[in-house]
Ligand binder design. Structure first.
Ligand SMILES: Nc1ncnc2c1ncn2[C@@H]1O[C@H](COP(=O)(O)OP(=O)(O)OP(=O)(O)O)[C@@H](O)[C@H]1O
Ligand SMILES: [Mg+2]
Length: 293
């Protein structure tokens, strides 16, 4: 038979056990929580390590690209300077021994090479300005004037090369940066000179595309660009494997063209021509007030 003190003792023991159970549960919960936090922190650390590895890899690639670029650039500049220096020296040293025609031809080479260096420097400066996020100042531009001016100055320095201009009389003014438009033309025409046969004509066209934009195209009768390379040629330093190694270049011209066109809110693309050759076109938005210079 139990007496009262027995009952009270048992209830104490029960209370004790349930207290212990609760403490144990609390402990388990706390341990689970700790484990969960450790797992979370480990996952965070792993993620930030992966991100760090990615950044290190990106920096390594950017550094490699920069080295490759500086190598290419110095090679191109040195080659151009040697040709310019050599040409001028030859004319000066041999002035008594070569006829006027030979001297003119040497000076034409010097002029062409100076043009190449000029285009290269402009490309580099424009690219650097755009990458630094420089704000563009656009104005209403009569593209037909820019194209005709460009064709005239091209004709003066390369009288032997046929350049055909076909611009619509109905062109509205574009909202653009005139020096950028000219730089795009200079790059595209320099490609035609390098990659299409010298006796084939260079065509420059401009027409309205609906009411909101103008399409400007440079067309040639060269080898064209295979479909699988039509995106890649807009990448920095990309040069097609189809072109002969002796044709010099840094693979930068089309990259710069795309940046300059997009900075002016336009698009640029390549298309094959029906009877052979390449058509490179870009758009410029129409200026709203319609006036231009
Ligand atoms: N009109 C064209 N006809 C055929 N291939 C072309 C033409 N224009 C460009 N390409 C191809 O696209 C590549 C990239 O052209 P891009 O103008 O960017 O560089 P590049 O002419 O090689 O060098 P640069 O930096 O001096 O312009 C060229 O190397 C060439 O393979
Ligand atoms: Mg080029």
């Amino acid at each position: 038979m139990y007496d009262e003190s027995h009952v009270i003792g048992a209830s104490w023991v029960l209370q004790d056990i349930s207290g212990l159970k609760k403490a144990e549960e609390d402990l388990t919960r706390a341990r689970d929580e700790l484990e969960r936090r450790v797992q979370e922190r480990t996952a965070d650390l792993e993620a930030s390590n992966r991100q760090k590895d990615r950044i290190v890899e990106e920096l390594r690639r950017a550094n490699e690209a920069k080295d490759e670029f500086l190598g290419l650039l110095s090679h191109e500049l040195r080659t151009s300077m040697m040709l310019i220096y050599g040409g001028i020296k030859a004319v000066r040293r041999m002035s008594g021994r070569i006829n006027e025609q030979e001297a003119v031809s040497l000076l034409e080479d010097v002029e062409q090479e100076t043009d190449t260096v000029y285009r290269m420097i402009e490309d580099l400066l424009n690219l650097a300005r755009l990458e630094l996020g420089e704000q563009l100042t656009t104005e209403p531009v009569l593209v037909q004037h820019v194209i005709r001016r460009f064709a005239r100055s091209f004709g003066e320095s390369r009288p032997e090369r046929e350049i055909v201009v076909d611009v619509s009389d109905e062109l509205a003014a574009a909202l653009a940066e005139p020096t950028y438009v000219e730089q795009v033309l200079r790059n595209l025409v320099s490609n035609v000179e390098k990659y299409a046969p010298p006796e084939s004509p260079i065509e420059l066209r401009a027409a309205m595309n609906g009411g909101a934009e103008i399409i400007i195209s440079v067309l040639d009768r060269g080898p064209g660009i295979p479909e699988e390379e039509r995106d890649a040629v807009f990448e920095r330093f990309y040069r097609s494997s189809q072109i002969p190694k002796r044709v010099r270049g840094m693979g930068m011209g089309l990259t710069v063209c795309r940046r300059l066109v997009e900075a002016q809110r336009g698009r640029i693309w390549l298309a094959p021509r029906e009877e052979g050759g390449l058509e490179v076109s870009f758009t410029l938005p129409v200026a709203r007030d319609g006036s231009g210079n």
